[in-house]
Write a protein that binds this ligand. Structure first.
Ligand SMILES: [Zn+2]
Ligand SMILES: [Zn+2]
Length: 471
C-alpha cells in the first residue's frame, strides 16, 4: 500500500482538548491509522464537539454536511481510494484555471519586479488547490466574519515553504509567506479573507521559501511593523520585501528575544534568536503566541543549534500547538526540545513531493511516540487551527487516509538522481514507465512522479503500466 494518496478536497474538523490527557487517551487505538482513529474518537466522544465543528466549517461549500457524516467518511475512507484519486485529477485541473484568473489582480497592482516573480512558473500551481475553491465567495449565507472573535491560525499550504496567517479578535499578522512563486497564492489568500491590514509581518529568516511571498502580501495589505532576523541580505526576494516595505514607509526591525506584542487578546513573545549563528536557519525568529489557556510555537527553520539556545534560556516553551521546525528536517525538533514544548498538536509545513524528502521519519517517530496529533500541509492542504482560549479545533482543506506518521516514499528528483528511482509515473495519465522509456522524455517535468518501490504498489494506487516499455 502506497503511503500517500491525494484525495478530493473535503473538510475534516476535529476538536482537540487542550488537556494533554484526552489526546493521549484517544490515541491508544490499536489500528494502523493513528490519526484517523484519534479524530474519530474525539469527534464521537462529544456531541457538543459536533456543534463547534459545524461552526468552524462554515467556510466550506459543503457546510450542510454534518460532522457525523464527516466522521463516517474518516472511518470508511480506505474503500474509495481509487475513485477519489481519479477525482483529484479533475479538481487539480480546475484549480489551475482558477489560479490563472487569480493572477490578474496582483499583476495589475504590482510593478514589473513582483509581477514577473509571480508569473515565473505558471505550471507550478498545478498541485496547489486554490483556497478560494473551498469556499464560494458568492455564498452570502456565510457568516460575515467567523474569525471576528477568537483566534485562528492558518497554516497555508504553500508547497515547500512556510506561511502562517494569524487572526485574533479581528487583528491579523503574517509569519512568513512561502516562496516567490507562491506570491499570487498569498495575495489571493489574503484577498479571500479580506485582509487589507496586517498588524505585523514577520520573515522568520531571509530564505526564499519563507520571505518570497511577503512582497505580495504587502501589495494587498498595509502593515504596521515588520520584522526579520536580518535587515540586510543579498537576494532578490529580500530586496523585493524591503522595497515594498519602503513604499509603505515601514522600517524593517530585528526583534530581540523577550519582546512582547499584542494581537487582539493574544500575546506574542519573541523567544529567539538569542545568539548570532552562521546559518540563516539558526537565526530564525522564534515566536510563542499565547491566547487564553492555549499557545502556539512558531519555529521558522530553527535547527538543533538554535533549539538548544532556547532550551537553555529558561523561557516558557510549553505550547499546545507546535509548528515543527524546518519542515520536519532531521536536524530539527530534538527530543529535548520536543519534551519541553510538549505539544498536543503539531503542524508540518512542507511540499508534496519535495526534493528533500521532508518530513523525515525520525521526527515523525518522535511525534508519534509522544501521541502528538499531527497535520501536514502536504497531505491536508491548508490547515486552520481555531482557539477560543480554552479548546483547539482543526479544519483542513483536504482529508487524507494516508498515515501522517510515515515519511514520503515518492521523492522528487534532485539533480543526478533520476536513475535511482524504479519507475516514473505520469500524474495526469496515471501511467507508469521505466525511467528510460521514450514517453518519459516527452513528459512534462511537472507531471512526473519519481517512484522507488514495488510496481504492485503503483497498480494498487490505480496506475497502469506503459504499453511501450511494459514495466
Ligand atoms: Zn524553510
Ligand atoms: Zn531556511
Amino acid at each position: 500500500m502506497m503511503k500517500w494518496i491525494r484525495k478530493s478536497k473535503t473538510i475534516l474538523a476535529v476538536l482537540v482538548a487542550v488537556s494533554m490527557g484526552l489526546a493521549a487517551a484517544c490515541s491508544n487505538s490499536e489500528t494502523g491509522g493513528a490519526v484517523d482513529a484519534t479524530v474519530t474518537s474525539i469527534v464521537s466522544e462529544s456531541s457538543s464537539a459536533k456543534d463547534t465543528v459545524e461552526e468552524t466549517t462554515s467556510t466550506a461549500t459543503t457546510k450542510e454536511e454534518t460532522a457525523s457524516e464527516k466522521t463516517t467518511k474518516a472511518e470508511t475512507t480506505t474503500e474509495s481510494t481509487t475513485e477519489s484519486t481519479a477525482e483529484e485529477t479533475t479538481t487539480s485541473e480546475s484549480a489551475t484555471e482558477s489560479t490563472t484568473e487569480e493572477t490578474t489582480p496582483l499583476e495589475s497592482t504590482t510593478d514589473e519586479t513582483t509581477a514577473s516573480e509571480t508569473t515565473e512558473e505558471p505550471t507550478s500551481s498545478e498541485e496547489t488547490i486554490m483556497p478560494s475553491e473551498t469556499a464560494d465567495p458568492s455564498d452570502s449565507s456565510e457568516p460575515e466574519n467567523p474569525e471576528e472573535k477568537g483566534l485562528v491560525v492558518h497554516f497555508i499550504d504553500v508547497d515547500q515553504g512556510d506561511a502562517s496567517l494569524i487572526i485574533c479578535d479581528g487583528e491579523a499578522m503574517l509569519i512568513d509567506g512561502g516562496a516567490s512563486d507562491k506570491s499570487e497564492l498569498i495575495y489571493s489568500y489574503l484577498e479571500k479573507y479580506e485582509i487589507t491590514h496586517l498588524k505585523y509581518i514577520v520573515a522568520t529568516h531571509p530564505d526564499d521559501d519563507h520571505i518570497g511571498g511577503l512582497a505580495a502580501a504587502l501589495n494587498i495589505a498595509t502593515v504596521e511593523r515588520a520584522f526579520c532576523s536580518v535587515d540586510e541580505y543579498d537576494s532578490r526576494p529580500f530586496s523585493s520585501f524591503q522595497k515594498y516595505l519602503n513604499k509603505q514607509k515601514v522600517e524593517l526591525e530585528i526583534p530581540e528575544a523577550g519582546m512582547e506584542f499584542p494581537l487582539g487578546g493574544a500575546v506574542l513573545t519573541v523567544l529567539a534568536p538569542l545568539t548570532e549563528s552562521e546559518s540563516t536557519n539558526n537565526n530564525s525568529i522564534v515566536i510563542r503566541l499565547e491566547y487564553g489557556k492555549t499557545s502556539f510555537l512558531f519555529t521558522g527553520d530553527a535547527e538543533f543549534e538554535e533549539e538548544n539556545t532556547i532550551l537553555f534560556s529558561d523561557q516558557t516553551l510549553k505550547s499546545t500547538v507546535l509548528k515543527v521546525g524546518h519542515h520536519g528536517s532531521e536536524y530539527s525538533t530534538s527530543e529535548g526540545f520536543l519534551n519541553a514544548v510538549s505539544p498536543a498538536l503539531a503542524i508540518i509545513s512542507c511540499g508534496w513531493d519535495n526534493a528533500y524528502g521532508f518530513p523525515k521519519q525520525t521526527v515523525l517517530d518522535h511525534l508519534k511516540e509522544r501521541d502528538v496529533e499531527l497535520y501536514r500541509t502536504d497531505m491536508h492542504g491548508d490547515i486552520l487551527v481555531y482557539s477560543d482560549g480554552e479548546t483547539i479545533s482543526v479544519e483542513t482543506e483536504k482529508e487524507t487516509d494516508g498515515d501522517v506518521f510515515v515519511a514520503p516514499v515518492i521523492v522528487a528528483p534532485t539533480p543526478g538522481t533520476d536513475h535511482e528511482c524504479d519507475y516514473i509515473c505520469n500524474k495526469n495519465s496515471r501511467k507508469f514507465h521505466y525511467p528510460d522509456c521514450e514517453a518519459v522524455r516527452k513528459m512534462k517535468e511537472s507531471n512526473k512522479l519519481y517512484f522507488k518501490g514495488d510496481r504492485q504498489e503503483l497498480i494498487d494506487e490505480g496506475y497502469s503500466p506503459c504499453k511501450i516499455c511494459k514495466p
